[in-house]
Design a protein around this ligand. Structure first.
Ligand code: ATP
Length: 459
């Protein structure tokens, strides 16, 4: 099935209709750049995060999890360079005052403005007669800091100033020494964290792709300087394996090697993992950067706390770091776009989410054939309870006819539907007593399975 801009619209509409994602603060007209995850969305998100944690933390010996506070001492962000340099270039529509990212307006015209100065951006805007999406002239570009500021406690002035973290990464750098002292890790080792991050994006857009509040899953992997190339390769393969695990087709993933002149001054190599979002094309899904020992050194100098690792033979050094950084929302969107499928079944077009089983919000749905037959409902309830105990997320669906139930479950990606019918009760065919129909989402095939074997069959 060819996927295009319509596919994206259909995914967004399915997300709202079926309880995956709602506009944030919807009843008050929304709050731009925020989205609320509904019952199915939060489950899919939790599944993504759980699988990630299993793969990168529990599945390895060399990566430790942490969960740092969102609010951090403002000195963290002064030292990391975010206060002085976490900017995006902003232009205004001179008629309406609407604000846009200058580099995005240029990118829409096929011009790459990454890493350019404001003057260079202004020159490009003039040269290419760049207009706002409404067709009006735009102002000169200026820098806009993307960190949200707040104040802590009752202090006045700058003492109480705090920032909502724009990345989870710094929480790992500032806990590097704590982990060394408490866990005595052997090099190379990593820290991993999943949590919210906030960026005051100038122009949030494209559903959950660019938002002001989002979740990141990040790793800081500490290595000896001379190890970085070898460890970079290993982590690159681990990232590829992750994308495969969440069901993204290799042909929809591109590794974009950021050219040297676009690299941050402290980075020696960065790869953007891009996904081919339908109707949008390849854009960043995750980032992977070699950041030298810039961050640890900066925190060591600013805090006066040593960030040195001491080898058993007494050699001391400030480790270098490799940083794989994933956005949960961007993975969520890629997974849904990849899974969205339309085919024909029983002479009708059907829509279904071909989600990997470990990500599907419901593992299985249970229905009595008819909801007004107490014997069927009672039996179905008992099957439901057993499955719920094992799988947790099990749907109960007794609305409409069986065909409609299958379509509804297909649309949210439930891999199996279990139906309890008169044969289950063994009224006419005693040999079928205590068996149920299990229907497969992808093939529509129905199989008769004994209730006693249902859990192992579904597993
Ligand atoms: P972009 O160039 O798309 O703005 P970035 O290079 O600034 O992204 P990083 O700072 O590398 O992004 O952040 C790591 C990851 O966090 C990104 O790969 C993305 O998955 C996610 N992310 C960053 N900004 C946002 C946002 N505003 N909304 C949703 N996810 C985001």
């Amino acid at each position: 099935m060819e996927k295009n801009v319509d596919t994206m619209e259909k995914v967004v509409s399915l997300c709202k209709r079926r309880g995956f994602v709602f506009q944030g603060s919807d009843i008050y007209g929304g709050l731009k750049g925020t989205w609320d995850f509904g019952p199915l969305g939060v489950t899919l998100n939790n599944n993504i995060k759980r699988e990630w944690w299993k793969m990168f933390v529990e599945g390895r010996e060399d990566i430790y999890g942490i969960d740092a506070a969102i609010l951090m001492n403002a000195k963290v962000w002064e030292t990391s360079g975010h206060v002085a340099g976490f900017f995006d270039p902003l232009v205004e529509d001179v008629e309406t005052g609407e604000r846009f990212r200058a580099d995005h307006l240029l990118k829409d015209l096929g011009i790459n403005a990454d890493g350019l100065s404001l003057t260079e951006i202004d020159n490009l805007i003039i040269e290419h007669k760049v207009l706002s999406p409404k067709g009006n002239k735009v102002s000169a570009a200026r820098q806009f800091n993307m960190m949200f500021e707040s104040r802590i406690g009752a202090t006045a002035g700058d003492e109480g100033k705090v920032y909502l973290r724009p990345e989870t990464a710094q929480g790992m750098f500032v806990n590097f020494k704590n982990v060394l002292d408490s866990m005595s890790p052997k090099m190379p080792f990593g820290l991993a964290q999943i949590g919210k991050a906030f960026r005051n994006e100038i122009a949030p857009r494209e559903f959950v792709f660019r938002v002001r509040e989002f979740e990141q899953m990040e790793i800081e992997y500490f290595v000896k300087e001379e190890q970085w190339r070898e460890e970079f390769e290993k982590l690159r393969l681990a990232i590829q394996k992750w994308h495969d695990h969440i069901g993204l087709a290799p042909e929809n993933i591109r590794e974009y090697e950021v050219p040297d002149n676009d690299l941050a001054h402290y980075s020696k190599r960065t790869i953007d993992f891009e996904y081919n979002y339908p109707g949008k094309g390849f854009d960043e899904l995750a980032g992977f950067a070699y950041r030298t020992n810039h961050d640890l050194k900066a925190h060591m100098n600013a805090s006066g706390v040593s960030m040195e690792y001491i080898e058993p033979d007494g050699t001391r050094y400030v480790p270098h770091v490799l940083e794989p950084s994933f956005g949960v929302g961007r993975a969520f969107m890629a997974i849904l776009c990849e899974a969205y499928t339309e085919d024909e079944m029983g002479g009708e077009v059907r829509t279904y989410l071909k989600l990997p089983k470990h990500l599907a919000p419901y593992k299985v749905a249970v229905s009595p054939l008819l909801k007004n037959k107490p014997a069927l409902v009672e039996k179905a309830r008992s099957v439901f309870s057993v499955l719920k105990e094992t799988f947790g997320t099990v749907a109960w669906d007794d609305n409409g006819n069986v065909g409609k139930r299958y379509r509804r479950q297909d649309e949210i990606g439930t891999p199996h539907c279990v139906t309890i019918d008169f044969d289950t009760l063994g009224e006419e065919k005693p040999e079928l007593k205590d068996t149920v129909t299990v229907r497969d989402r992808d093939t529509g095939q129905q199989t008769r399975v004994a209730i006693a074997e249902l859990v192992s069959y579904l597993k």
